[in-house]
Design a protein around this ligand. Sequence first.
Ligand code: ATP
Ligand code: HMH
Ligand code: MG
Length: 568
Amino acid sequence: MLELLDSCDSRRFRASEIQINPSFDTSSFMAVAAVATASPSSLIYTRPSSRSGGRIPGSARRTTAVVMAAGNGGGRRMPHVLTVAGSDSGAGAGIQADIKACGALGAYCSSVITAVTAQNTVGVQGVHPVPEASVAEQLRSVLSDMAVDVVKTGMLPSVGIIKVLCRSLQEFPVKALVVDPVMVSTSGDMLAGPSTLSGYRDELFAMADIVTPNLKEASALLGGMSLRTVSDMCSAAKSIHNFGPRHDHAKMYFSSVSCCDRENYHALRGSRVNTRNTHGTGCTLASCIAAELAKGSPMLQAVQRAKTFVESALDYSKDIVIGNGPQGPLDHLFDLNTHAHTAGARSFEANDLFLYAVTDSGMNRKWGRSIVDAVKASIEGGATIVQLRDKEAETRDFIEAANACLEICRSNGVPLLINDRVDVALACDADGVHVGQSDMPARVARSILGPQKIIGVSCKTAAQAEQAWADGADYIGCGGVFPTTTKANNLTVGLDGLKAACLASKVPVVAIGGISAANAGSVMQISVPSLKGVAVVSALFDRECIVTEARRLKSILMDSSSHAKLSV
Ligand SMILES: Nc1ncnc2c1ncn2[C@@H]1O[C@H](COP(=O)(O)OP(=O)(O)OP(=O)(O)O)[C@@H](O)[C@H]1O
Ligand SMILES: Cc1ncc(CO)c(N)n1
Ligand SMILES: [Mg+2]
């Protein structure tokens, strides 16, 4: 059954439409799985009114804390996750996993310790809950001062501690709450008694934005319900959803994650990594979701990125040997070892797509400019991201040009992507790649480049957008919107096709194809929140003065996006 889920990629389908018959076969499953429905991913940071019964107590105090933080020199704010969890002396799971996972994804992680456990790769030797008053004191210290974005929970060893946490969250509300209802360790040892079930079901879930039980925990939460088939998992996710959280997420053993919200059930494909080092994968997954939410990702993108991170970490760590027991930890910081980090590189933000400059070697030749001068001018005029596109260059020349452009981009804080050539991106440690439908699949590019690099995918349809998200893309480029001479034989999708893809996309979208100062305004005015900007080639590089054209485009985009906001 799980194999079948894996092979159906990640199409969304309604839980109510799934019927598994005893002679379950792949083709019927695929047909059901292809029933796509609208994306619901925009609700994340809106707190349900039931959570606080109207006014949120303590919100005034929190606002003060934020203002004070901003007033403290006006420095850079870091996305901040607070983990409320137990310590794992072996450091593969619990607080230690959470801090490493958040750090690896660029979020600051503070920690409130609920229990001290003695654990190693053999199992759990001891569990010592921290007194409730101390948990309350730690929560107050962090939440009253440190402008936490997202709270993630792990081991909560008693109902008393769950209640303490709920009270703190009412006093100091945060943008999102990720609940990993830890009950049994992977070695099979109890970490929280059955008495905590009611604490989760009756109190904490109502405040959660996402719940991440593993199969055993999901089953325990549902009174021992057996969870063997896909339809069992769908109904379990729905039932857990009914306890309160708006996005539920029932993990499936080993290689698949399923995720369900009010209307849709999303199956995420995963590849199973053959390793004994899986201790702490659940804590890591939940922490990565929290880190991504803190960074501003929509829920489904956060889940997909978390899944990609866990798989990359498992793959990297599959052969490491720590301890003599049956279950070793994974190395969360693998990316520090595998990828050289150049100063100035930074993670992707959706607004980077606002004015996206795509270079063209033919146009540079025509106007007698070097690629470096062209890139420099586009950035001076306001380009927010640059993609080097050269279909003819020799590999060596391409790397040399990319290195030179990277220096300019880095010194201006503008990400540089390479079209198509993952090898070139790797060779110069560019910020990422943009791939088309016939290039290297995004999923493969992701596994080569690691979780931090930016990956964009050209898409024309909602189905391609869905696949790009499932493959771990950071954004999609949708088009050609209008006919263009830059790309021969390119089917255009028009503003209607663009709108349909934007409505379906779970990742940010940049429009591309025939866009210029004359029509950029009409593109932005389709006013779909996932559309973050326009990508241009000739409108910048086939003009006499790139700086002037970039400035003109930028001011049109700013006018039309403020206009679009006003008219919503
Ligand atoms: N061997 C593996 N290969 C690929 N993915 C895996 C593997 N093991 C676990 N995962 C993924 O890791 C995530 C968490 O797994 P699981 O539900 O088993 O965690 P858990 O039992 O809560 O772990 P822990 O309690 O040790 O933190 C899921 O997305 C799962 O698909
Ligand atoms: C402290 C702690 N939290 C969570 C887990 C997950 O199994 C664990 N093993 N230990
Ligand atoms: Mg777990």
